[in-house]
Design a protein around this ligand. Structure first.
Ligand SMILES: [Zn+2]
Length: 415
C-alpha cells in the first residue's frame, strides 16, 4: 500500500536565506494575484478562462518584461506551482465546490512549493535540505524522513520558517485492531464514544482568550505601523500561533488514541461548513440568532471537529481501519430502550430522558450509541466484501463530508 506522508520541520535559515524566502513568497503572491486579476477580467468580459498552459505562457512574458524582471530571480517551478494552485481554485469555483478565489495578502500564509523532486536534495545525516536558488538550508530535524521525497513546501508563520516534506513509500497492508465504535461530537464534551469514554472539551482558545484580547487592545492603542505597533502585532501573532499549536497537539493525541483502539469508527455526518456559515447573513437576508450562532460558531471552530475527522480518517486508514459517516437524523432524540423519537426526550443539553419508557442517561453517550447503531444498520445494507475492498466508501460517505478517500487508499498527514 502506498502511503503519502508529510514531515514538517522548522528551518534555521541564514539572514540572506530569509530575505530570499521572503522575496520568493512575494513573487509567488504577485504571480497568483496578477493571474487571478487576468482571469477575473476575462470572466467579466465573458471570455474563456485561461488554462494552466495559457497562464504559464503569460508568466514567461512577465519574467521577460522589463518592469517585472525581478520575477526571474525567483525559482521557476514554485511560480508555476502557484499557477497550478490558482487553476485548481478556479476549477473548484466553477464546479461549485468553493467560493471565488481571493487575492493573496502579504503576511497571510506566505508559502511556496518546489514540486520537482529532481531539484531537491535531502541530506539527513547532516540535517539539511537543498532547494534551488536557496542552497543548503539547516533543519531542526526532530525525526527521520521516511520514503522518497515528492515535493517540498516552504512556509512562514509568525516569523518562523518551516518546510513540509511530502514523501511516498510502500507500507505493508495493515491489519486493523479493535472493534466498532460510534462518536458523538459535542460542545460540553469534545467527543463521547459509545463505549462510555469521553474527551474533555478543547478550551485552549478560551484559556488564551483573555491574553489575546488584552494584546489586541494594546495593539489598537498604538500608532499604526509604528515600531511599538509592530511589537504588539508580533505578540498577537505569537498568541495565535500558540493557540494553534495547543489545538493541533490535542487533536492529534485524541485521533491517534481512537484510531489505535478501533477498526471501525462511525461519526455523524455533520456539515460543519453549513453549521458555521456566516450567521450574520447578508443585508438582504439578515441572519437569525446571530449572537447564539456566533457563539456556537466559535465553539465549533474552536473544537476543530473538521480537522479531527480528517485526522481520524487517514490515521484509521494507516492502521487498516475505516471511518464511516452516518446521517445525523434523530441520533440525539431516539430512545435506546424503546426507540421512541422525540425532541422532548432531550430535556437539557446534557441529559436524555425518554418521555415514554423513562430511560435516562447522558445525552452525549446516547448520541454516540445511536451513531453506532445507525452505522451498523447502514453497513448491513452493503455486502461485507465490497466494504472491505473499499468500494463502498463513496456510497457511505457523501463527497462533501470531507472524509472521502481515493481508490488507491492513499492517506496524507502526520502520525
Ligand atoms: Zn424509551
Amino acid at each position: 500500500m502506498q502511503r503519502l506522508q508529510a514531515f514538517k520541520y522548522a528551518l534555521m535559515p541564514s539572514g540572506e536565506q530569509q530575505r530570499q524566502m521572503r522575496r520568493f513568497a512575494g513573487a509567488c503572491r504577485f504571480v497568483f494575484n496578477r493571474a487571478l486579476a487576468l482571469q477575473k477580467e476575462r470572466y467579466e468580459r465573458d471570455e474563456k478562462k485561461l488554462g494552466y498552459a495559457g497562464l504559464c505562457k503569460r508568466l514567461t512574458e512577465w519574467r521577460n518584461s522589463a518592469d517585472t524582471a525581478w520575477l526571474a530571480d525567483a525559482p521557476a517551478h514554485p511560480l508555476q506551482q502557484t499557477l497550478k494552485d490558482l487553476e485548481r481554485a478556479y476549477s473548484n469555483f466553477f464546479a461549485k465546490r468553493a467560493d471565488f478565489p481571493r487575492f493573496k495578502k502579504k503576511g497571510r500564509s506566505d508559502s511556496f512549493r518546489y514540486p520537482d523532486p529532481k531539484q531537491i536534495k535531502l541530506d539527513q545525516a547532516n540535517s539539511r535540505l537543498f532547494l534551488p536558488k536557496l542552497g543548503w538550508l539547516r533543519l531542526r530535524q526532530s525525526r527521520d524522513v521516511l520514503g522518497t521525497v515528492k515535493n517540498v513546501t516552504v512556509n512562514q508563520s509568525c516569523g518562523v520558517w518551516s518546510v513540509s516534506i511530502q514523501t511516498e513509500r510502500d507500507v505493508e497492508q495493515p491489519v486493523s485492531q479493535g472493534g466498532a465504535v460510534g462518536i458523538d461530537m459535542g460542545i460540553v464534551r469534545f467527543a463521547t464514544l459509545s463505549d462510555g469514554t469521553f474527551y474533555a472539551p478543547l478550551n485552549c482558545f478560551k484559556r488564551h482568550e483573555t491574553a489575546l484580547r488584552r494584546a489586541q487592545r494594546a495593539m489598537s492603542r498604538k500608532t499604526k505601523f509604528s515600531n511599538n505597533w509592530k511589537k504588539a502585532k508580533a505578540r498577537v501573532q505569537r498568541l495565535h500561533a500558540r493557540i494553534g499549536h495547543v489545538r493541533r497537539d490535542y487533536l492529534h493525541k485524541t485521533s491517534t488514541a481512537i484510531s489505535q483502539n478501533h477498526a471501525l469508527v462511525f461519526v455523524e455526518d455533520l456539515q460543519v461548513r453549513n453549521l458555521s456559515r456566516s450567521a450574520a447573513g447578508t443585508t438582504e437576508v439578515p441572519g437569525s440568532d446571530v449572537r447564539a450562532k456566533s457563539g456556537l460558531n466559535k465553539s465549533i471552530l474552536d473544537q476543530g471537529w473538521f480537522e479531527f475527522r480528517r485526522q481520524l480518517d487517514y490515521k484509521l486508514q494507516w492502521r487498516g481501519g475505516h471511518l464511516v459517516a452516518v446521517p445525523p437524523q434523530n441520533t440525539s432524540r431516539t430512545c435506546l430502550c424503546c426507540g421512541h423519537v422525540s425532541a422532548a426526550n432531550r430535556q437539557t443539553q446534557a441529559r436524555f430522558a425518554c418521555v415514554v419508557c423513562g430511560f435516562e442517561d447522558n445525552a452525549d453517550l446516547v448520541g454516540a450509541i445511536n451513531v453506532l447503531r445507525a452505522g451498523h444498520a447502514r453497513l448491513a445494507c452493503v455486502p461485507q466484501g465490497d466494504f472491505l475492498r473499499g468500494k463502498v466508501s463513496g456510497a457511505v460517505m457523501p463527497p462533501a463530508a470531507g472524509t472521502q478517500r481515493s481508490d488507491s487508499s492513499v492517506a496524507q498527514g502526520r502520525a
